[in-house]
Ligand binder design. Sequence first.
Ligand code: FE2
Ligand code: FE2
Length: 394
Amino acid sequence: MQISKLTAEEKLNLLVDFGMKVSNEIKLDALLDVVATQITKILNVGRCIIFLKDSETKELWSKIAQGKGVEQTEIRVPLNGKSEIALAANTGEIVNITNAYEDPRFYMGVDMVTDYRTKNLVAAPLKNNTGKVMGVFQVSNKNDGTPFDKKDEGILMLLSAMAAGAIEIARLYEDIHVSQLETIYRLAVTAEYRDQQDTRSHLKNISIISYLLALALGLDQKDAELIKNASPLHDIGKVALADNILLKPAKLTDTEYETMKSHTMYGGRILEGAHSKVLQAAHKISLCHHEKWDGTGYPNRLKGEQIPLEARIVSVADVFDALCMDRVYKAAWTPDEAFRHILEQSGKAFDPNVVEAFKIIFPSVRKIYRTKRPVTSTMAHHTLYNAVPLKEKN
Ligand SMILES: [Fe+2]
Ligand SMILES: [Fe+2]
């Protein structure tokens, strides 16, 4: 299929199809993949590379590359260097090169690292709706061997304009998503700063374990990611606890322990009424991660499926990782010992289904612990798991 040989109706159909495909995708990577596939198809070219501007490094880098030799290679081209890619980005004009190796504007570096011979190419700027250049589309070597003509240039500029809006929206979504996750993580770290028991590695581990558990339980990728991202906030309520309880270098009295338990209620209050899905999941987790399947947990003595699934998942991950950590009052358990404890607590502290899922993921979990040294707490601390019969080791 060659665009110049298509009828006007066929061209229109291709463009409508392109517009629909790009507007249906909000994830940037997937969107650029669709754009590159469609451009390769419509212009019938051997290679299509989408370069995005990296303002920090002042480079253009190949976010998506399709074609021989480029798919696994990240290509970086300096914005202030001599290349047709930088030229298109800096001038905002399309660059059409009909005989690459004879043209001084052509940058051979990409061919050299990808073992490819460019015959002809077009580099088209990718502009947002204010005209600012966000990147460059580069297509090369038409499959029919002819150089790119004015019609090809026009089509590429049109596709570029259609894709630019979708790319900008996808980037905004990505920015919002990343900043939301970062805020959540920083919030969790805030709670961790006051409570040396919950180290960053603990937050990371329960996040990974909760994610694997959710997938093993059959939750879809989106819901599993929600739990993964919300789980670090499980103890956010600890920010509301007084230092004399949170930092007490000795065993808590019964009254103090009752106060300590209230971190679940505080967590619930802090996150109550959240609008975002991830904070709604975090609300359930922070409020219910100490509830037990048999109804003996706290704060509300919920039982079985009254406990939100998110919290049933995170409670297994949280206890498992806490057992595997060194504390001043106990040495770290081995992952196998902690695993046995989880199995023993099936139907008591933990949802039997979650424990079954834990059996499935345990080989992967064990690998995480094999590669790292146990975390040593420098502060004397009580444990929130003193309901768990912690074994003393020599
Ligand atoms: Fe907790
Ligand atoms: Fe924890």
